[in-house]
Design a binder for this molecule. Structure first.
Ligand SMILES: Nc1ncnc2c1ncn2[C@@H]1O[C@H](COP(=O)(O)OP(=O)(O)O)[C@@H](O)[C@H]1O
Ligand SMILES: [Mg+2]
Length: 448
């Protein structure tokens, strides 16, 4: 379907009113167009996705579109493009106002680079998996996981968009699918159950994520062909060419994870996106990191709340500023209840125990927190929590020469065990953090 862009722009301007100025076309998809729009009062640019039912008449679509979009608008996750508003005008012009992501889409990135490093591919896939896991939890299946719907902000942080929104359009166009043999969706990324028109669930997204990962690694999706039908046939029946035919540096566990995502039978795939995310991190530990130092998981929530609280408290933030720049974050209690509760839910803290300090160096890789509570010391990563009785641990550090001189912060555990908390610290990091943690632990052991 090709949209008449100038008409659509005018209609959108009319629908949004004077407060907004419709600007450049950001892109066009199967059934909608996306414009950059200036929001005057807020002095910000937003992206507005618009469907004109005057041009695509289907009364049921209007209702569905708005309903779907409102469900999706409730999703709040660091890897999901936030929706600010869903609206309609005379039941014809429907629009979704969302954050304008100023960066390339994964499609644009892949057009330029063709294939990505193993680490980058796994990191992007992991972030997408986290977004999917969250949405699935709220009963939203994406259904259209493809490089166009994966946006990267300027720092390379992944934001998934179009959750479930294609569904309304797809369902409204089902008659077209059967009568004209036209396929709605992008065949290269469709799961076998989508390809055959079967009922689908969250596991369909996991398959599409597998296709995405395959493409990031191989430079092309596993199944292509002359016609949509031939691609769909392959999705349903053909084996993907082994990733090793494309490149030799994919670690075996990642190949295994990829194959599992691409299983034809949903029952043989990872059953949840969280599982897929964990498998990616196990295969490529660096996939837990972000390309920018903004955390996606619980960790981010913890840090953000802590920073917020600290700023509010005006001075509760104990920045370790000994040697200039404020690279590390070390935040004093009190820690907000919401944060404490989430730590308790994850069994980091026992009821009645209070977190005193949270350490989180702002390195590129660091998605880890060291939490010192009255009774426990916990290492919190997006996927694991390891916690120890406070009096039983000692803090130490080690040097690593492989990637320049970097330092590790290590906890010495009872019976000679060790837990490496942070891996890639600068000299300043260890110099400031180790004595602090040590002092804290000693202070504790001095208590009755
Ligand atoms: N929130 C956004 N911020 C910036 N650009 C966006 C945003 N959403 C969509 N786009 C751009 O608009 C294009 C069209 O989007 P869409 O209508 O969803 O179609 P498709 O996802 O099939 O490309 C996308 O490919 C993307 O480049
Ligand atoms: Mg899209």
């Amino acid at each position: 379907m090709s949209l008449d862009i100038s008409t659509l722009r005018q209609r959108l301007q009319q629908a949004l009113g004077e407060e907004f100025t419709v600007g450049a076309l950001l892109g066009e998809g199967g059934f909608a167009a996306v414009f950059r729009v200036r929001e005057r009062r807020q002095h910000r640019d937003v992206a507005v996705k618009v469907v004109d039912l005057g041009l695509t008449p289907s009364p049921s679509l209007a209702v569905r579109f708005v309903r779907e979009a409102r469900t999706v608008a409730r999703l709040e996750h660091p890897h999901i493009v936030p929706i600010y508003k869903v609206g309609g005008y005379q039941n014809e012009v429907l629009y979704i106002v969302m954050r304008c992501v100023d960066g390339a889409s994964l499609r644009q990135l892949l057009e330029k680079k063709k294939r990505l490093s193993v680490r980058k591919a796994a990191t992007i896939a992991r972030q997408v998996a986290d977004a999917l896991g969250y949405a699935h939890h709220y009963g939203v299946v994406h259904r259209d996981v493809k490089p166009d719907n994966i946006l990267l902000d300027r720092g390379g942080h992944v934001l998934v968009t179009d959750f479930g929104i294609a569904k309304a359009a797809q369902e409204a166009s089902v008659s077209q699918l059967t009568t004209e043999g036209m396929v709605v969706g992008t065949p290269q990324y469709m799961s076998p159950e989508q390809a055959t028109g079967d009922k689908l669930d969250a596991r369909s997204d996991i398959y599409s994520l597998g296709i995405l990962l395959y493409q990031m690694l191989a430079g092309e999706p596993p199944f292509d062909g002359e016609s949509a039908q031939s691609i769909l046939m392959k999705q349903a029946t053909a084996d993907p060419p082994p990733i090793h035919d494309h490149r030799g540096d994919v670690p075996a566990p990642l190949t295994a994870a990829l194959e599992r995502m691409l299983a034809k039978d949903p029952a043989e795939r990872y059953q949840t996106a969280e599982e897929a995310s964990r498998a990616l991190v196990e295969a490529v530990p660096a996939a837990a990191g972000e390309t920018v130092p903004v955390r996606a998981s619980l960790a981010a929530v913890v840090i953000r709340s802590l920073v917020g609280l600290a700023l509010l408290a005006g001075g509760a933030l104990v920045g370790v500023t000994l040697l200039g720049k404020p690279p590390r974050l070390s935040v004093a209690a009190p820690i907000p209840d919401s944060v404490l509760q989430s730590l308790r839910r994850r069994r980091v803290l026992a009821t009645g125990d209070a977190a005193q300090y949270v350490f989180a160096p702002a390195g590129v890789e660091d998605t880890t927190f060291l939490i010192v509570a009255h009774r426990r010391v916990a290492v919190v990563t997006p996927h694991h929590v390891r916690s120890y009785p406070r009096e039983a641990v000692r803090v130490g550090f080690g040097a690593d020469l492989r990637a320049g001189l970097r330092f590790r912060l290590v906890l010495g555990l009872p019976q000679g065990g060790r837990d490496t908390v942070f891996r890639s610290l600068s000299f300043r990091d260890v110099y400031t953090m180790v004595p602090r943690v040590e002092k804290l632990l000693n202070a504790d052991s001095a208590r009755p």
